[in-house]
Ligand binder design. Structure first.
Ligand code: NDP
Length: 433
């Protein structure tokens, strides 16, 4: 705590992992001898930089840019960039720390990192976003590369931003180095399914959870928070698998549509118009808009928090439990507060942590890197089958590991321990570096 003052979210993420590791350190004293945990908690490198840019009115704006290169024992640092006014070092470090274990769980050769800026893209013109991205990359380019550090998108960073970032990287370096960023457009080195991967992957993970006791999505009522990249494709896959998503949200409130969210309309509002969720209710007679902090008051069998950190607290958990919710799976990173996680465990609600449930995004980024390295591009069907296979693998590995370490059924313990041991083994083999 003294070493990282004020980094609340980072402390929370570290506690959550360390809570699971008692039985691991007891079984493998060599991890303690080599100070693996202490080394894991200290990023290998942290970069903080000024991002000056000029807005449409000709004013000079200054934002702060971050890249935290957390751990490269398994491969180049890999993790997204977040553009949101709430971004500061504590957020980037929590995300980077989580990313180490998530990436290990995918079984792909990728280390953990994360970055971003306190820039708010909301309400900014395309030209302003482009100039910001160009300025951000003018510093970031010297730290990244196919074999070094490979950023992708996150909150506020989608296909448009990755395009501007890649364009500036290419221009400065004079290299068409496709493998330096993932989440690229299909025409210029992107992978099929990358856009859909995090949301689809989360729903595949829940489908595996349902299968363990002979159930399926058929007829299930689902609530998803957020209406960004993860939320939209989670909704799409739930509908494909026979469930109905009846509510979703943004930071201004939520919409309920008991007939099931009309995805074409939602995509038009969020992806084309970059509008607010209220516009959905204005366009649909059957839907209502509610201005509220969260969407968790809406009755559901399955809840998929897919917006942001700490968006589902203890009070929300009690409401979900009272309303009969049986499964919670994190599409977002750390959306559930520790007291809510505890309440779900006590009530027997099955809970999938983000580092397992939302790993499909980064796994498909690693598939994008594979395609770039071999100058190949795979079909949608092939890539989606690879994603589904990876998610089944993560699910089974979590359960097997939880069994092995005496916490049967705990996806939290399974994910933390399986991710940790894989990184710890690599760190031991590489020596004290
Ligand atoms: P987007 O920017 O596409 O969407 C974010 C959504 O969450 C928006 O609806 C946004 O509403 C809402 N939101 C963001 N911040 C807040 C806030 N402080 N309070 C309330 N609502 C908020 O981001 P993504 O969908 O890409 O990311 C969502 C989550 O999933 C994040 O936690 C991210 O780290 C995680 N994730 C993303 C991956 C990816 O591949 N994109 C991979 C793995 C995890 P509004 O527009 O009103 O701000």
């Amino acid at each position: 705590l003294r070493r990282n003052p004020g980094e609340t979210e980072f402390h929370q993420a570290v506690h959550e992992v360390l809570d699971s590791l008692g039985p691991v350190v007891a079984k493998h004293p060599q991890y303690a001898d080599a100070a693996v945990i202490q080394r894991l908690c200290e990023p290998e490198r942290q970069i903080i930089f000024r991002v000056p840019w000029v807005d449409d009115a000709g004013r000079v704006n200054i934002n702060r840019g971050f890249r935290v290169e957390f751990n490269s024992a398994l491969g180049p640092y890999k993790g997204g960039l977040r553009f949101h006014p709430s971004v500061y070092l504590g957020i980037v470090k929590f995300l980077g720390f989580e990313q180490i274990f998530k990436n290990a769980l995918t079984g792909m050769p990728i280390g953990g990192g994360k970055g971003g800026s306190d820039f708010d893209p909301k309400g900014r013109s395309d030209g302003e976003v482009m100039r910001f991205c160009q300025s951000f990359m003018t510093e970031l380019y010297r730290h990244i590369g196919e074999y070094t550090d490979v950023p992708a998108g996150d909150i506020g960073v989608g296909g448009r931003e990755i395009g501007y970032l890649f364009g500036q990287y290419k221009r400065i370096t004079n290299r068409y180095e496709s493998g330096v960023l993932t989440g690229k457009g299909l025409a210029w080195g992107g992978s099929q399914v990358r856009t859909e991967a995090t949301g689809y992957g989360t729903v595949y993970f829940v489908d595996e959870m349902l299968k363990t006791d002979g159930r399926s999505f058929d007829g299930k009522r689902v609530v998803v928070s957020g209406s960004g990249n993860v939320a939209i494709y989670a909704i799409e896959k739930v509908h494909q698998l026979g469930g109905a998503v009846v509510a979703c949200s943004d930071s201004s409130g939520y919409v309920v549509d008991d007939k099931g969210i009309d995805l074409d309309l939602l995509k038009e509002i969020k992806q084309v118009r970059r509008g607010r969720i209220q516009e959905y209710a204005e366009a649909r007679d059957d839907a209502q808009f509610v201005s509220a902090r969260t969407v968790w008051g809406v009755h559901c069998d399955i809840a998929l928090p897919s917006a942001t950190q700490n968006e589902l607290n203890g009070a929300d958990a009690l409401t979900l439990i009272k309303n009969g919710c049986q499964i919670v799976a994190e599409g977002a990173n750390m959306p559930t507060t520790p007291d809510a996680v505890k309440l779900f465990a006590e009530a027997g609600v099955r809970f999938a942590p983000g580092k397992a449930a939302n790993a499909g995004g980064v796994a498909t980024s690693a598939l994008e890197m594979q395609q770039n390295a071999s100058r190949d591009s795979w079909t949608f069907e092939h890539t989606e089958e690879r994603l589904a296979h990876i998610m089944r693998g993560i699910h089974d590995r979590c359960l097997q590991t939880a069994d092995e370490y005496g916490t049967p059924g705990s996806y939290i313990a399974g994910a933390n321990i399986a991710g940790f041991t894989q990184v710890a083994e690599a760190m031991l083999a590489l020596g004290v570096i």
